[in-house]
Design a protein around this ligand. Structure first.
Ligand code: CUA
Length: 338
């Protein structure tokens, strides 16, 4: 009789364990990681998941065996209770000690990973991240303050992000990097990431921050080190060299204008904001010279709002541009590719 119960418990524990393992492994719960920190967090995740699966199989087996073996017999009128059971010191010590050990182990492992994930090493790449309704912009202080709205990072180098928020709370999240970090007006926040896989990943704002929260997205491109160096060189040369439609086009691309605007010379087909191929027409309606109007529309977008479009939508991305970049952008928008 007793032996039978043990075998039954074992059988159902194995079945429940297989189900739990299948549920943990087969659905794609998490994105493929792309940073060292994400890999460590993944290890903690699996450590906790394995413990949970083991506990689940024990509890499920005990439950199923109880249901099968100890159900009320047919014809039982349910008026008599089973005989009362009182206390089992050994059992109580076990079910206190085991969770204590497990929870402590999870706590210690998590603390170790957190500390490890915060290490910046001796040569981190610093990136200043500015968040605002509803856009991200990035600055590289060690690369002549190069500014961009599409984040580009070299693979296998630790990046230290410094976050600022210009208006309300936002939160920086790249699912493949695993970690989230709130950006808070008036407080500097930080995050350490060591990308270890090249590729293009989404940057998501994951703190409800207003009407445009859902579209507050950008992209991070993790590149080979050499390619990243070349990109930095090209960008800083263009920004520093000043002028030329090429420099303006680069600013147009990097500032992310194409996400919302249509502009043929820039190969842009966005439909959120006004069609920039019609800038001259808008300037006429606003009664301003084309260049002044274009400049104003970038730094003070609500001074003139084209019919059919809402105010307070255009991000103040210009704040992350240098004067030269801004001039180059206005030139590109007014003169196009010529
Ligand atoms: Cu910014 Cu949501």
């Amino acid at each position: 009789m007793r032996r039978g119960i043990v075998w039954q418990l074992l059988l159902f524990a194995v079945i429940a364990g297989l189900i739990a393992t299948g549920m943990a492994i087969f659905p794609n719960w998490l994105p493929d990681t792309a940073s060292e920190q994400a890999d460590r967090i993944g290890d903690v995740f699996w450590f906790v998941t394995i413990i949970c699966a083991a506990i689940f199989s024990i509890v499920a087996a005990a439950l199923v065996v109880s249901l099968l073996r100890f159900r009320a017999p047919r014809g039982d009128n349910f008026e008599t209770d089973g005989s009362p059971i009182h206390g089992h010191t050994g059992l109580e010590i076990v079910w206190t000690a085991v969770p204590f050990v497990l929870v402590t182990a999870i706590g210690i492992y998590s603390a170790v990973v957190l500390a490890e994930n915060d290490k910046v090493g001796d040569n981190p790449l610093r990136v200043d991240v500015t968040s605002q309704q509803f856009a991200w912009s990035f600055k590289y202080p060690q690369q002549q303050n190069l500014a961009t709205t599409v984040l580009r990072l070299p693979v296998d180098r630790t990046v230290r992000f410094h976050f600022t928020a210009l208006d309300v709370l936002h939160s920086f999240w790249v699912p493949e990097f695993s970690q989230k970090q709130d950006t808070v007006p008036g407080i500097d926040t930080y995050l350490t990431v060591t990308p270890n896989r090249t590729g293009t990943f989404p940057i998501v704002c994951t703190e409800l921050c207003g009407l445009g929260h859902a579209i507050m997205r950008s992209t991070v491109i993790v590149m080979e080190k050499g390619a990243w160096q070349r990109w930095v060189q090209t960008q800083t040369r263009q920004a520093g060299g000043g002028g030329g439609a090429n420099a303006g086009k680069a600013v147009f691309t990097e500032a992310g204008c194409a996400a919302c605007h249509t502009f043929e010379p820039g190969g842009a087909t966005g439909k959120v904001g006004p069609d920039l191929d019609k800038l001259a027409e808008y300037a006429q309606k606003a009664g301003q010279p084309l260049e002044d109007f274009t400049h104003e529309s970038i730094v003070d977008p609500d001074a003139y709002v084209e019919q059919g479009f809402a105010p307070n939508v255009m991000p103040k991305t210009y704040k992350s541009l240098s004067d030269q970049q801004l001039t180059a952008l206005v030139e590109f928008l007014t003169k196009g590719g010529s």
